[in-house]
Design a protein around this ligand. Structure first.
Ligand code: NAP
Length: 306
């Protein structure tokens, strides 16, 4: 018996990753699509979640909408008893995700708050390397071209849209996975375009486990080659994760971590969680973003136009 799943929010990530990952996973069948504008061929399409939950097939839900509309959608799916997979960031605020987690636990539905970057192939080797060492410094450099990765997405510039923290939280999801324990934001500088409500660049100074200094440089204005690096110094030794965790090198020597399988891994894990009736909901990356916004010093910068 396969698990029927409906994809909600047929945008970039649903089309690029979720639909292909579901199609390739023998444990799942795509049962429906829910989107105001997008359509998926070969399955029933619904323009709103409420109608799908009331009249559609009894399927699990993969929620691929922006974070600011997750709370009501998650609560509706949970109230209808649906197992639920949500894209990162899990919600727009800590209060919202805490409400969602509590509702899922009370209803006995499986909730999987995904962090796709944690499934990048070099992340587990990096976690194992760090487990045997004491890092002395961690440096995150996450600089990409917003026009390439979020073309014409107005929601990312609205309050609750995360701005550069939308990709930055991927780096933080890797950081919190490879370095367990509390991470505190000491200071943050946020650059906000004069015509937007969310930052286009952010620089964070943090402290992790013990007194490990951690810096993060998030920037959405990088054209040409893109940079998604995390460098971990442990005394004289150095591990470097590159390409968002797809590659890694130790002391400059490149090691093959295997193929990129982030979304196939996400759906394999969702199937295991459903079989075990367990949830997976780590909110620590969102907490760092929230703390950076609480402690951050904002400066206005040049207006942004797509
Ligand atoms: P997107 O292309 O804008 O797609 C979002 C979808 O959500 C749209 O198709 C839209 O569908 C629906 N939606 C938008 N606003 C809505 C609203 N107010 N109410 C209900 N539905 C709404 O965005 P995306 O890039 O796919 O990102 C979606 C999520 O995936 C974000 O949380 C993002 O962080 C995450 N993600 C994105 C990427 C990436 O490379 N872009 C990678 C990994 C994760 P309809 O208008 O058709 O209803």
């Amino acid at each position: 018996m396969t698990i029927p799943v409906a994809v909600v929010g047929i945008g970039k990530i649903a089309r690029d990753q979720h639909l292909p990952a579901i199609a390739a996973n023998p444990d799942f069948t795509l049962a429906a699509a829910v989107s105001r504008h997008g359509k998926v061929e070969g399955v029933p399409n619904f323009t709103d979640l409420e109608t799908f939950l009331a009249e559609g097939p009894p399927a699990a839900v993969a929620l691929c909408t922006p974070p600011d509309v997750r709370l009501q959608m998650c609560l509706a799916a949970i109230a209808a008893g649906r197992d639920l997979l949500i894209e990162k960031p899990p919600a727009a605020t800590l209060g919202e995700i805490e409400t969602i987690i509590a509702a899922a636990a009370k209803a006995g539905v499986v909730l999987f708050a995904t962090w796709h970057s944690r499934f990048a192939p070099a992340v587990e080797p990096a976690r194992a390397w760090i487990a045997n060492r004491t890092p002395t410094r961690i440096t995150i450099t996450w600089r990409e071209d917003v026009r390439r990765w979020h073309p014409n997405q107005a929601w990312i510039w609205q309050a609750g849209g995360f701005g550069v923290f939308d990709p930055g939280i991927n780096a933080l999801s890797i950081l919190t996975h490879i370095l367990p324990g509390a991470i505190h934001v000491d200071s943050a500088e946020l650059e906000v375009p004069s015509n937007a409500f969310t930052p286009i660049a952010a620089r964070l100074a943090m402290t992790g486990r013990g007194a490990i200094p951690i810096s993060a440089d998030f920037d959405w204005r990088q054209e040409g080659p893109q940079t998604w690096d995390i460098e971990v110094q442990a005394g004289a030794e150095r591990l470097k994760l590159r390409m968002g965790g797809a590659r890694f090198a130790i002391d400059g020597v490149e090691i093959d971590a295997g193929p990129e399988e982030e979304y196939p891994e996400i759906y394999r894990r969702f199937a295991r969680l459903i079989a075990a009736r367990e949830s997976d909901t780590d909110i620590s990356p969102l907490r760092i973003v929230a703390d950076a916004c609480l402690k951050g010093r904002q400066t206005a910068t040049e207006a942004f136009h797509d």
